[in-house]
Design a protein around this ligand. Sequence first.
Ligand SMILES: [Zn+2]
Length: 211
Amino acid sequence: MNIILLGPQGSGKGTQARMLSEKLGLVHVDVGAHLRNLSKNDQKLDKIINEIGALLPDKEVFAIVTKYLKEIAPDGRNILFDGYPRGIRQYNLMKNWLIKKGTKFDAAIYLDIKEKESVRRLSARRVCCQCGAIYNLITNLPPRKGYCACGGRLMQREDDKPRVIRKRLALYYQQTAPLVDFLTNEGILIRVDGEKPIEIVFQTILSRLGI
Ligand SMILES: [Zn+2]
């Protein structure tokens, strides 16, 4: 079973990706993390992704992803696609590639979360300015208010401020909405309430997949 996992930041996508790939024996293909890794040794890629904040051309991402798949998911292992495809063209390129391999996309799970809840979760993140440890005022409290276990002061990163989060979310919705509609028409979209507790979200996904 090949699955696409979609959801904005704060939807718990990373957690569900780990749980699902473990339970279903899927190879978790985190394309965002892979691109960030590649960009560390590739100035051109780094500039596009991190400085300009732009998306790579569809064909270029496709080439990167298929090369990566050959490395980490050989022998037709089943895949959990995370952070890819992000648009209809990317979806079609990968769909055809899978068909040639005698397989297909079986489901696309969309973790639905309201902007307000997403902002609430993400803006609760705090980082230690000494050791870099990450806390969350909702899910992972520091030992002492405002301070890390190491004694360092906790700070809120610029990226975790509501104004910046809202901007990022708006971009995500704008990019992903057409794909979500398309996947609905393809008959493979499963929309799950991502605001529920982790275990409930997980069980809902499994039951919707018929597992
Ligand atoms: Zn610390």
